[in-house]
Design a protein around this ligand. Structure first.
Ligand SMILES: Nc1nc2c(c(=O)[nH]1)N[C@H]1C(S)=C(S)[C@@H](COP(=O)(O)O)O[C@H]1N2
Ligand SMILES: [Mo]
Length: 422
């Protein structure tokens, strides 16, 4: 008889203790290199690009090396190999983010993969037999379903640790736009794992991308891969091949990616090529030196690997937007939480002195965002600060200050949005 897989909550701490004791197996990297990564993680480095880079002229080729789709400057802010969605560019969109407005987070660059030649290889010591391969057509022939889910980078809103809290963090200087919500069609990872012969010994599942190996500070981290506990892998995870009714575009994982609802972005492995099914707990750079919390306020050896996203709100406005005085305006925005559906959203137009409820425009659902709106009739000319604060069904409310961590993950504090009344 198999013992029950650990619940999502117990998984975290358990894996951390196993890693600390050296009881977890390093998949595709030397333990020594992982230890160097972890040591580096406990020190905050510089933000990659705090100042927004200069935009290329309209019609110029994409300024983000390695991103295939066009990145018009009114829609995207390019940050290194990544492109952030400008929140104002979501105002005209519905619940779902069109693929041509969806943020891109690439560790290296988008590979071009021919679906006819692509195969998914499932292998490992927790299968009852040898490795099993699925072609694209075989995968598409399995029963499929759709799920609406956001994909959000764990570092979304990281720049506010610096601009609002005067704290140093390392990584890409996202504002709030490293998130998008789409309707994904795919097959259940559970169905694929069962067809491949997953046994009761399985504890971790390690999907790996087909994009280039990642070199960071002279260490070759290998291809992007992050262990998923078997309990999550068998729950609501999809191997997705469609985004909003179309085949996945190259930048978002064509031909097949993982969708791991409510979890941090990096769990959603794009361009998946193989999946290891392991009877031993696994570690990779993405659940040891990366995607854990380091710094004062966290255990000296770092927090457990991150799983769910946190709670955030954003106005669909450009920074510094102006509003005519003594006119009625409709402020719009979105709120979301990886913990539970959003329950309420409050808005303040006076820097946080008074709050009122925003109108929710969508039925709150888990792993998705809600659109909201609030009227505003500004009286006095001059600078003003708009705030939005969400509470989710676990009862958690966005705090005033986020707890610092060196890599700036999971910023959850209320963001101060400065505007002008003219
Ligand atoms: N193979 C692969 N998968 C990946 C990544 C990557 O660089 N390579 N980036 C991850 C990160 S950090 C995030 S936040 C999401 C971003 O998904 P998107 O580019 O479709 O918005 O993909 C994840 N999956
Ligand atoms: Mo990410």
């Amino acid at each position: 008889m198999r013992s029950d897989p650990p619940s999502e909550a117990t998984y975290d701490g358990m894996r951390l203790r196993q890693w600390a004791r050296g009881a977890a197996r390093s998949a595709g990297i030397e333990r020594r290199d992982l230890l160097r990564l972890v040591a580096a993680a406990s020190v905050a480095g510089p933000l990659a690009d705090l100042a927004a880079p200069a935009h290329a002229a309209p019609g110029a080729p994409s300024p983000a090396p390695g991103i295939v789709k066009p990145l018009p400057p009114e829609v995207f802010t390019v940050r290194g190999t990544n492109a952030e969605t400008n929140f104002a560019a979501l105002r005209s969109t519905g619940l779902l983010t069109p693929a041509d407005r969806f943020f891109v987070r690439n560790h290296t660059s988008t590979p071009r993969i021919d679906s006819a030649a692509w195969k998914l290889r499932v292998w490992g010591d927790a299968l009852s037999g040898p490795a099993v391969e699925f072609t694209y057509d075989e995968l598409r022939a399995l029963p499929s379903l759709t799920r609406t889910s956001f994909v959000e980078c764990a570092g979304n809103a990281r720049s506010y640790y610096t601009t609002q809290q005067s704290q140093q963090v390392s990584g890409t200087a996202w504002t709030l736009g490293a998130i998008g919500t789409a309707r994904w069609r795919g097959v259940r990872l559970a169905d694929v794992l069962r067809r491949a012969g997953i046994t009761g010994d399985a504890v971790d599942v390690l999907p790996r991308g087909l994009d280039d190996e990642v070199i960071s500070d002279g260490i070759n981290l290998g291809r992007v891969r992050r262990p998923l506990p078997v309990s999550k892998a068998l729950d609501d995870v999809l191997l997705a091949f469609e985004m909003n009714g179309e085949p996945l575009p190259p930048d978002h994982g064509h031909p097949v990616r993982l969708i791991v609802p409510s979890w941090i972005g990096v769990a959603n492995i794009k361009w998946v090529g193989d999946i290891e099914v392991s009877a031993a707990p696994l570690v990779s750079p993405w659940n040891t030196g990366l995607y854990r919390l380091f710094g004062p306020g966290h255990p000296p050896e770092g927090s457990a690997p991150l799983t769910r996203q946190t709670l955030k709100s954003a106005f669909e406005l450009t920074p510094g937007a102006s509003f005519a005085a003594r006119r009625r305006h409709v402020l719009t925005g979105r709120s979301w939480s990886g913990g539970a559906p959003v329950r309420t959203v409050e808005v303040s137009t006076d820097g946080g002195a008074r709050w009122r409820h925003a109108r929710l425009r969508d039925e709150p659902r888990s792993s998705s965002w809600v659109r909201w709106s609030a009227d505003w009739l500004p009286k006095d000319r001059g600078p003003a600060v708009l705030l939005a604060r969400a509470t989710d069904r676990t009862g958690r409310t966005q705090p005033e200050v986020a707890v610092h961590n060196t890599q700036g993950y999971l910023f959850d504090a209320v963001v101060r949005h400065e505007v002008r009344v003219v």
